[in-house]
Design a protein around this ligand. Sequence first.
Ligand code: SF4
Length: 944
Amino acid sequence: MAGSVVVLGARLRTLRSMSRSHDADAWQVTPLESFPPFEQWDDWVEYDAKAWPRKVEKRYTLVPTTCFNCEAACGLVAYVDKETNEVRKLEGNPFHPGSRGKNCAKGPATLNQIQDPQRILYPLKRVGPRGSGKFERTTWDHVLDTFAAKIRESIVAGRLTEVMYHVGRPGHDGYMDRVLQSWGVDAHNSHTNVCSAAARLGYALWSGADRPSPDHENSKFMLLLSSHLETGHYFNPHAQRIIEGKMRGAKIAVIDVRLSNTASMADWWLATWPGTEAMLLLAFANVILSEELYDRQFLEDWVNWRDWLDAQAATAPKTFDAFLTELKAHYARYTPEAASAECGIDRQVIVDIAREIGKAQSAFASHVWRNAASGNEGGWQVARCLQFLCVLVGAVGAEGGTLLNTQSKFVPPPFLKPPPQNAWNELLYPREWPLSHHELSFLLPHLLLEGRGKISAYFTRVYNPVWTNPDGMLWEQVLRDETMIGLHAALTPTWSETAQYADFVLPMGHGAERHDLMSTETHAAKWIGFRQPVQRVVAERAGKKVDATYETNPGEVWEEDEFWIALSWRIDPDGKLGIRKYYESPYRPGERITVDEYYGWIFENSVPGLPAESKKLGMTPLEYMRRHGAFLVEKDVYDTHLRELSAKELEGTTTDAATRTVKSGAKPAGVIVDSKPRAGFATPSKRLEIHSPTMVEWGWPEYATPEYIESHVHRRHMDRSKGEMCLVPTFRLPTLIHTRSGNSKWLYELSNTNPVWIHPEDAERMGIETTDLVRISTRIGHFVNKAWVTEGLRPGIVACSHHLGRWRLSDDVGTDKWASAKVRRDDLGGGRFRFRRLEDIRPFASSDPDSKRIWWTDGGVHQNLTFPVQPDPVSGMHCWHQRVTVEPARPGDEYGDVEVDTKKSMDVYREWKAKARPASGALRRPLHFARAVKPSAEAYRMPN
Ligand code: SF4
């Protein structure tokens, strides 16, 4: 029922409105009636909940900002107590087009992060050896001078690959790209290859756009391969629209080896064998083709079928009918019977779902993000095969269908854009993986250990590789080594397993203490959300002049925007390096820009409709955004590929009537559809590429079309007699933030254990019961965890959530005590290490009385340390699923034990590297392939 949607804020408010109206229809209506009227945001009065049953009034100033606890960028409103100036709570922002006033549990938990008694308030400098946990307070001046000198030295010497900025959750669109390009360095590293790189490649091969934006609420059928829809990725904006679609009559099928939150709301839960998902998707395609449920006109207009015929059926006539015949023949082997045997799904269910997709036609919404794409070797083909279904039924970009992120994401440009850097950093994009969709970030230690470069200045930001990435002990090794990483600054508001190895720990603002501009592809609309420092806004509303955000943040907490401006200014104080001009005010020539000016300029010049809307309310665009926190730029952004090319775009082009292609020279520049020249898609052919010439040219001809690749964890590779099983570690609990829940007492109170899920049949075979200790052995080590016997996954596999198991080595430094167990790290020699738990999570004294009330003790087990790196040979994505042995704990094993052999992990790295096919031509990578912070075309050239 509607009220059971896991969107916390919405439900509470719905209940409130029901109690007022006693209206049985209230469940269907779900009005958000209890938002304070906008006119009262400066002085909102509520009874103090803590004073109950007395009626004590509290007066608040309400300040909108944006959540930073996942990438969905939902709107928040901070309730600031007018008496104390303290933020008392954070709720949803009704003006936000993506979240529409609703949040998940993690949004309001921003309050815990702000008030965390263990947060870092002052810049710190290491005084002992790296990793010793010894730090002292330093000054921001010293930090800026130290890094400015180091970076300047690298730039002046032309060593443009020795600076590295490594980000986990960016929380903004493009700000750092501009900073790094203004320095001219090739320095951007991300976390994407442990997250979404595989799915991105699968999508990009079709259309050039690397992520989907499903129109769930208007769909007729949803096929989802992402437990994260309701447990992480775009959690709340997608979840609310999935349920709205369902309430309007849409059906949902979920493919997931595990009973996810999304699966629990679905009409079909398809628990495939891990790694066989592409086979299942191609069986759907087979039924759609053989029963002619496809959209013939869409295929003829928009698919590069002529290229497909040339490559796959060279002797066939060059007609669309011949293409259909050959296509059916090509995919004939993916029968429902074959898929049933391979995937473990009933044949009739496969046929039924294929027919539902065919029935939905263009209102078929689908989504895969991490899940099967990130677990398996060849996972990128899962996304490609899923998008194949959208193409077959004409759902690409359509109302109720699956839009492209390029349709619904809006990134307004700032003033003065630097040129692309003319450098290529092989620590980011090594030549073995020319088609990797993002940086090979998780291989950084392995590349450094192979002597393939070094780093003089390294920034980690919202990034905790020691804990998040596979092979964390190798990360620890290189982070300790000053010959590989010269200077390391961890930009973080809170301690982490990685920050303890840094030279400088620099406290940056939480979500309500910083500026950022974001847009995410939550639905069929373009919008921007403005994250802003709440205390700064309150001070300014009170008439105080604020020059920098740190003046109103606690302690000496900075915001990154101002840090990068200050650092860039010091790198190039006189402007001779050509950097300073990007940080000079567009309003006050020669003077340093402020954040008000930076965002004010964007809102005035780059956001269509915002200046006019602001004017109506008698505000400047910046004032509008400070008051509302978000702006809807455009709604109903459907069918953008149908955009007619302008006269300017058509200048100098020709039309090939036979192929209905607009050409600029020899290159396609558009597609003729309905006798009009259309923009098409961002591919070399301007069509949806069922045949990818790029895959052929770059050494993978066998994958020129969507196909099924057998995963490294296929059950054929498992020796059941030895107890081998597939471990699925690609999910998390819906209340946890990737690696950043440790400073939130509410979230840890909700979720604090990550047992190993085991099916009853397997548990019985092994004599294991819930809470028994089990030893899970990977190729490089093992961990010991408790078992949870459940029918919520298919037999033959085990699963473990990846967002728990935080640890610290010392009492005062390391991960927050709400979340972490104290451990001992033993060097066993020969590259082997063991972590043993010394203390459970337990109450501690602090300024927050709740810290003495901690009742949870567990905190979970850190499984990722025991995973070797497994870079997919094509996408470069780390293939998370592990072949493991599962057994009852051995004598001497203790809960939380983790043991790793780093020599073995290097062997596994080399084994996977050998599967890749390095670039061998004139270029390092296809020029049309996206690259985070794309360098100049010249930099793509392979050195002689
Ligand atoms: S879905 Fe993400 S952005 Fe939205 S409230 Fe939850 S954590 Fe915050």
